[in-house]
Write a protein that binds this ligand. Structure first.
Ligand SMILES: Nc1nc2c(ncn2[C@@H]2O[C@H](COP(=O)(O)OP(=O)(O)OP(=O)(O)O)[C@@H](O)[C@H]2O)c(=O)[nH]1
Length: 365
């Protein structure tokens, strides 16, 4: 088998149970669960076989049982019948690991070196359980091994340790646990911060910075969603293209800043006249695109007229003089044969007609 094939197999294996729609954090956990399960059953298998060779049958059996449990955690991730396979698998890995460690502390493992393995517990418990559950599990684990080790006269141990060894084992274990808990805390909070920032940037990429409305990119996403929905449920859907009349003159007369203020203000006026399910975007310089789900042409026309008259009455001031602007609107009720671009072009054509017929009016096909 060549290296590339081996790499692909390893990747597929480690991605068992990864769900495409899940967030990166959940999938990372599934990936690590597979990796840990793999390391867990490989090592316990080798150690189990080695224990049998040394004729330590009991240790060999325990290690092979642990190996089976680690392997089951991988099989669980493949299961389609279990509701939350990751949770089940992660709990199985953590509990099996802790039981194995308790056993190693109890028996001493090979020549009293068994307790050296307990340092695997903190990273695994914290990674799979998170801060709260992980810390609680580590606390329980320390309690159990402390009781076993410090019970008078070593009565609850299958081996003997010196007092110095036991106490230093617990101190060092607690130190490692605290460091891992701190690390997990920093990792988790950084991850949350990065996720929040990425959501914020994603939102910003869909918005027009001047008006705060959707930009073309954001509107394209809405158009696609609503278009598909209207076709699936046979719902009425209307698009409306609106343009400020003679805006060049407004800019020339009152300045670009005033022009910007008007673009922003019109967006807010339009928005206040829409329903929650409607979408509004700044489609171009002084052009707005409306998407009106569950709205037919005549309902769209009523809304367009309402908005047009509202804008007409809106007053702006420049150097103590009041003035107003008007808008022209072109509408189109989408039909089944339309593509998104065709629907927009038809609304645009109607807008052009409205401009031609003298502006400050609404036209529908
Ligand atoms: N202030 C401001 N002006 C803009 C912005 N984007 C586009 N414009 C201006 O809007 C004007 C649009 O002018 P035209 O396309 O000639 O159309 P109009 O003057 O509105 O005339 P009609 O559309 O035919 O009624 C141009 O002068 C652009 O510079 C913007 O973000 N801010």
């Amino acid at each position: 088998m060549d290296f590339k094939k081996l790499k692909r197999h390893a990747k597929n294996y480690l991605n068992t149970g990864v769900v495409q729609s899940n967030d990166t954090e959940s999938n990372q956990h599934v990936f690590v669960a597979n990796l840990f399960g793999f390391i867990g059953y490989s090592i316990t298998f080798l150690m189990g076989v080695s224990a049998f060779i040394r004729e330590d049958r009991l240790l060999g059996m325990v290690l092979l049982i642990a190996c089976l449990l680690f392997f089951s955690s991988h099989l669980i991730l493949r299961s389609k019948r279990i509701t939350d396979p990751y949770k089940f698998s992660a709990n199985l890995v953590t509990i099996s690991l802790m039981m194995l460690m308790i056993y190693l502390v109890f028996t001493g493992g090979v020549k009293g070196t068994g307790p050296l393995w307990i340092y695997i517990v903190p990273p695994v418990a914290l990674f799979f359980g998170g801060m709260r559950k992980g810390t609680r599990n580590i606390g329980l684990f320390v309690l159990v091994i402390s009781v076993l080790m410090f019970y008078p006269n070593n009565e609850w141990l299958g081996t003997t340790y010196t007092f110095e060894f036991k106490s230093r084992l617990i101190y060092s274990f607690l130190t490692v646990s605290c460091l891992f808990a701190f690390y997990e805390y920093v990792r988790q909070s950084s991850f949350i911060r990065i996720q929040e920032m990425s959501q914020k940037f994603e939102k910003q990429a869909m918005r027009d910075p001047l008006s705060g409305l959707l930009n073309r990119r954001g509107m394209r996403v809405k158009l696609q969603d609503e278009f598909e929905r209207s076709q699936r449920y046979n719902n009425e859907l209307t698009v409306m293209m609106c343009d400020i009349d003679n805006f060049k003159r407004v800019n020339d007369q009152y300045g670009h800043d005033k022009g910007d203020e008007i673009i922003k203000s019109l967006g807010a006026v339009f928005k206040s006249g829409l329903r929650r399910q409607d979408s509004l975007a700044r489609w171009g310089g002084e052009e707005y695109l409306f998407l009106l789900p569950e709205t037919n042409g005549s309902q769209g026309m009523q809304l367009a007229e309402k908005l047009r008259t509202k804008i007409e009455k809106e007053q702006y001031t420049h150097e103590y003089k009041n003035f107003s602007v008007t808008v022209s609107i072109g509408l189109h009720q989408i039909v089944v044969t339309d593509t998104i671009n065709q629907a927009i072009t038809k609304a645009d054509t109607n807008l052009y007609k409205a401009k031609e017929q003298g502006r400050n009016r609404c036209i529908i096909s």
